[in-house]
Design a protein around this ligand. Structure first.
Ligand SMILES: Cc1cc2nc3c(=O)[nH]c(=O)nc-3n(C[C@H](O)[C@H](O)[C@H](O)COP(=O)(O)O)c2cc1C
Length: 202
């Protein structure tokens, strides 16, 4: 059952709540309508403001738009993810940059020595993955905020995607299709855990 908060408890109006959460669905087919570079830029320029630990911002994206690039990606997706990835106007390879610490002198300037400390920190790859995963969530909502449907996927050959598309110390964590939904785009909506199942009040 869809639970709707009583009027006034949430700061965004009901249509924004629906656009971002209740009515937004994971798309499995896409129309041919293109997603422009300007739309992608607007999505990134919104999503970049959402928080990460130490303002680390490890998210890196490779935007797959051309038929040639798509042809290189589709065979690296797991079987069930190939047709939808072939049909999407925009596909984003979502990566975690393990060398995010190189930007800390600019992005976290008040913590002197942060880059050097993080360089030596064995927890850096895990921190990159954790924070890029948080940013993946923000990205999905940013795509929805642009009036598009997102189709996030974890089913792909990460090592092969890294070899084919990514630089240096970037780890592939997800691939996200984006665009207007096509015909028969949704799997059946599955129930969500309710408040009592997921939240313990202490
Ligand atoms: C991180 C992540 C990975 C996912 N991986 C896949 C995938 O590999 N293949 C797929 O068909 N769906 C994948 N999904 C889609 C989820 O199953 C779907 O978003 C979820 O069931 C909610 O569907 P709904 O938005 O239509 O309610 C993934 C979703 C997320 C967030």
């Amino acid at each position: 059952m869809t639970t709707i908060a009583p009027e006034g408890l949430l700061a965004i109006d009901a249509s924004a709540q629906d656009l971002l959460f209740r009515e937004a669905r994971t798309a499995n087919t896409f129309s041919a309508e293109p997603v422009s570079d300007e739309q992608l830029r607007a999505i990134y320029d919104l999503v970049k403001w959402a928080p990460t630990a130490m303002n680390a911002q490890p998210l890196r994206l490779v935007a797959v738009r051309t038929p040639e690039a798509r042809e290189r990606l589709v065979p690296l997706m797991s079987e069930g993810n190939r047709a939808k990835t072939a049909s999407a106007p925009l596909t984003l390879i979502v990566a975690a940059d393990e060398d995010f610490h190189e930007h800390l002198p600019v992005t976290f300037p008040h913590r002197e020595g942060a880059r050097e400390a993080m360089h030596a920190n064995p927890g850096r790859p895990a921190m990159a993955r954790f924070n890029a995963s948080i940013q993946l969530g923000y990205l999905i909502l940013g795509i929805r905020a642009a009036g598009l449907a997102a189709g996030p996927m974890a089913g792909f050959d990460a090592a092969a995607v890294e070899k084919e598309f990514l630089d240096g110390n970037q780890r592939a964590i997800a691939v996200v299709n984006a665009g207007k939904p096509g015909s028969d785009a949704w799997f059946p909506r599955n129930p969500r855990l309710d408040f009592e199942q997921a939240v313990k009040l202490v």
